[in-house]
Design a protein around this ligand. Structure first.
Ligand code: ARG
Length: 608
């Protein structure tokens, strides 16, 4: 793997710096590892031609690494350059400097040989085992809790939940591949006054047959109607009447919080039926969870927490707001009062989240926790973090900004049925669109299970469109882009992957890793090899910046490069040695494409 070359450069740098006295005391331990992480493979554009394998080190990064705090005025840049250029062993590596980067050049045959045989041997582990990922020397497996998806029962699964599901699944896969113990958690919204309202609405508008046939749509129908009624009540100032919807639903929810069986029965049915529907969709998306928790699980512990906080004096009464209770956040000037209990004594979304966080810490004793939730809840998660600290949870002080992994909105995601997204409708539509597009496209093969292939393609397209930009950006959903077979879409990646698989199946050449790498001298081959060797860097970038798009953009380029090479580097009909070398190259590209697709949550297709 590229690690081999990074390490080689890093140990030479280390030797050179130690001998010339440039290495400060503070950098003596793990230096080679740290230096290796500064070595990058030269990124190549689609049309760039390279004669040899090139690795770069940013000189500013080197200076930062060598900076000696006891001697701040030290003029490092020149010295580093002198040191490296005087060291004759670097001449062998081929070193140049362009004012910003040190550039190390390797013999392409050597690189090709090392990289292709590592991909062959490491298979699906390639890219994840690199020393680049061993950021610390912990020997014990670290645990990370990732909460994602978390839809609400009885309100539609909106695009925020879709993005949370896709992004959360990506990070769970990534952490798992990097050797963490990952708790994938789904936290259903199944509690709160709105459930009182829904129950009241169901008494009026509910229909058993419809509920059983299609629970999500029917509950939503009731939800819309009853919310309309509630809004009318406000307009006509009937809210205060004892039998108003508002009062009835509050009463129902209060009873639910007290655990009254009859009020809970209906809620339980809504909940069970909705969960069953969600499970079907998760299965279709290939997404699973370690645990399904829900807000209602924390109704009791949230009440106990409030009791405890009253005892310790942390909870204060806000006389102005009808006796709600709040916690004061000490280090805030504005918005320092965070409400924890409503005036009628019921808990809030935040209260339940605090109780849930305490439970998670106790249950999993995690090293890290992430909440993958839409940016609209930024404030909520700032409050959650602040309350945890204020009530004396020490672990919460070390939480970083990645506690909440937010993301932007999707604009214009509609299905033919309307503006409100039911995930099932969206997936059905994607599948239908793929079916008809495939009929029009001559290159599509006829496959046995056309429906299943169309479904996978539809899902791939939605996933890729979602992950291909920075997560904080809003993006406009476009069927046209989703369905683009030629560039930068999920179908495009699947198509490139299937082409590679079909080459492997049909070339009638046995795959072996002992090939003559000197036969892969063509610039197209070298470009592909070098791109493959960047995989571990890209994974690390995604991991450190919490940005899936690095991986997706990398895969687009991999697909372009491999499509180009498939044109110029024919396998069939070549002399055996050449054919085998090329086949190993394409096998590696297919392995990485497949690994990257699985990482982003897409099931790679063998043929399409
Ligand atoms: N169910 C919530 C919603 O749809 C999202 C839950 C986010 N997670 C949390 N721990 N608060 O708005």
């Amino acid at each position: 793997m590229a690690g081999h070359f990074r390490r080689k450069i890093a140990s030479k740098l280390f030797q050179s710096f130690s001998q010339s006295g440039l290495l400060p005391k503070s950098q003596e331990t793990n230096s080679i590892e740290k230096l290796a992480s500064l070595v990058k493979v030269k990124k190549i554009s689609k049309h760039h031609t390279l004669e040899s394998g090139q690795f770069l080190v940013n000189s500013q990064h080197l200076n930062n690494f060598l900076k000696d705090d006891s001697d701040p005025n030290h003029k490092l840049a020149e010295q580093v350059k002198d040191c490296l250029f005087q060291d004759t062993s670097f001449k062998e590596l081929g070193i140049t400097f362009n004012g910003k980067f040190f550039n190390f050049t390797f013999d392409p045959t050597n690189i090709t040989e090392v990289i292709l045989s590592s991909v062959y041997k490491e298979g699906s582990k390639y890219g994840f085992t690199s020393h680049l990922h061993q950021t610390n020397d912990q020997t014990e497996k670290q645990t990370v809790v990732i909460e994602y998806s978390s839809p609400n029962i009885a309100k539609p699964f909106h695009v925020g939940h879709l993005r949370s599901t896709i992004i959360g699944n990506f990070f769970s896969n990534l952490y798992e591949q990097l050797g963490y113990n990952v708790i994938r958690l789904n936290y259903l919204g199944d509690w709160g006054t709105q459930f009182g309202l829904l129950a009241a609405g169901y008494h009026q508008y509910g229909c058993e047959t419809k509920l059983l046939a299609d629970p999500l749509h029917h509950l939503f129908e009731v939800y819309v109607k009853v919310n309309k009624d509630a809004a009318q009540e406000i307009d006509t100032k009937r809210v205060e009447e004892p039998q108003s919807l508002y009062n009835r639903s509050r009463e129902i929810f209060q009873k639910m919080e007290k655990g009254e069986e009859t009020s809970l029965d209906l809620w339980k049915r809504f909940r069970d039926l909705s969960i069953k529907e969600y499970q079907k969709i998760y299965k279709r998306l290939g997404i699973s969870f370690t645990e399904i928790h829900s807000e209602s699980m924390y109704s009791e512990s949230a009440n106990q927490l409030l009791q405890h906080l009253r005892h310790t004096g942390l909870l204060q009464i806000n006389e102005e707001e009808g006796r709600t209770e709040f916690i004061e956040i000490p280090d805030r000037n504005r918005n320092s009062k965070v409400t924890m209990c409503k005036s009628d004594g019921t808990t809030l979304y935040l209260t339940r989240d605090v109780a849930a966080a305490l439970h998670r810490k106790k249950e999993y004793n995690f090293n890290k926790i992430h909440y993958v939730v839409d940016n609209r809840q930024n404030r909520h998660f700032q409050n959650l973090q602040a309350v945890l600290k204020t009530i004396g949870e020490d672990w919460a002080t070390s939480l970083e900004s990645d506690f909440h992994i937010g993301f932007g909105r999707i604009i214009g995601m509609n299905t033919r049925k309307g503006k409100v997204i039911f995930l099932k409708d969206l997936l059905d539509e994607a599948q239908q669109q793929m079916l008809s597009k495939r009929k029009e496209t001559s290159s599509s093969k006829h496959v046995a299970d056309e429906m299943a292939v169309a479904d996978t393609l539809g899902i791939s397209s939605i996933l890729v469109q979602d992950l291909k930009e920075r997560r904080n950006f809003d993006y406009t959903f476009s069927w046209k882009k989703c369905l683009n077979f030629k560039a930068d879409s999920g179908v495009f990646l699947q198509y490139a992957h299937a082409r590679l698989c079909s080459l492997k199946q049909n070339c009638a050449i046995p795959l072996t890793h002992s090939v003559d790498a000197a036969l892969l001298k063509d610039p197209a081959a070298l470009r592909l090899v070098l791109h493959i060797s960047r995989y571990d860097e890209v994974i690390l970038n995604s991991f450190l910046s919490f940005e899936p798009f690095h991986v997706v953009q990398y895969l687009f380029q991999l697909a372009h490069l491999s499509n180009q090479s498939l044109h110029s580097l024919v396998v069939k009909g070549q002399v055996q040695d050449v054919a085998q070398a090329r086949l190993l190259l394409f096998h590696s590209a297919q392995q990485i494409l497949s690994s990257g697709l699985r990482l982003i949550g897409v099931q790679p297709l063998q043929s399409m």
